[in-house]
Design a protein around this ligand. Structure first.
Ligand code: URA
Length: 238
């Protein structure tokens, strides 16, 4: 797909509209070894070099290991955000790069981010039942009947009339469980255990849909190609 060169720089978060034409005229953008000096010319993004480097893909998909003490919103008013860990150009991209669903400020672990709004909506749609795997540290050991009621589903969170879906749960240590949610309600895990008179001391997401956190370091990200994303989702569905 060919795109106007000045527009491409704006979409990629490399320049504002007013800077883009000027940068092009100064010969900052090159293709096949030659500077491109016409802002209006249509180009194939894959053939462009910016400061000697290929451009980011026009569709961005990322896995990110969220640290504690940062929020998933874009608002700086809430302090540190996940976007502070990403290259500044990605935060300026159009359409915006956003996390698919959110984790609380103190929750750590795997986030999937994309600038593809349709995919984002599809993955958070309640009917899609995308699996989210968490490791939960609790204040007191979970009783077997409590574990069973979570596995069975059908219980309620305070103030929410909709019954909970069954949620696979494994007790992995005296005060630690692994829990898979197929839905995503506000503060779901904290409210779930809070309703049993227990308290979540630490919450860490190990998996989202077909992706696992693996050895991705805290605060680090890994880019996925469109093909990788599509094949991971297709494999999960089959
Ligand atoms: N449930 C919570 O309570 N918090 C999260 O961040 C994720 C799930």
């Amino acid at each position: 797909m060919k795109v106007r060169l000045d527009k491409l720089l704006v979409l990629e978060g490399l320049a504002t509209r007013s800077q883009a034409a000027d940068l092009v005229r100064r010969g900052v953008v090159r293709s096949k070894g030659e500077p491109l000096r016409s802002p209006a010319q249509k180009v194939d993004p894959q053939e462009i070099l910016w400061e000697g480097e290929p451009l980011d893909p026009l569709e961005l998909y990322l896995l990110f290991h969220k640290p504690a003490a940062c929020v998933c919103t874009r608002s700086e008013e809430e302090g540190r955000t996940i976007y502070d860990y990403l290259p500044a150009r990605w935060v300026r991209r159009i359409p915006p790069l956003v996390s698919v669903g959110r984790l609380d400020r103190d929750t750590t672990g795997l986030l999937f981010l994309t600038d593809q709004g349709d995919l984002n909506h599809a993955l958070v749609a309640p009917k899609k039942h995308v699996a989210k795997l968490y490791r939960v540290a609790l204040e007191r050991p979970l009783r077997e009947e409590e574990a069973e009621s979570i596995r069975r589903g059908g219980g309620y969170l305070e103030g929410d009339p909709k019954p909970l879906l069954p949620a696979p749960l494994k007790i992995v240590a005296e005060r630690e469980v692994e829990l898979t949610l197929y839905e995503g309600r506000y503060h779901q895990i904290k409210r779930l255990f809070g309703g049993m008179g227990n308290k979540v001391l630490a919450l860490h997401r190990l998996g989202f849909g077909p992706w696992k956190l693996g050895d991705l370091g805290v605060g680090e990200w890994r880019m996925l190609s469109k093909v990788e994303v599509e094949s991971a989702l297709a494999e999960e569905r089959s």
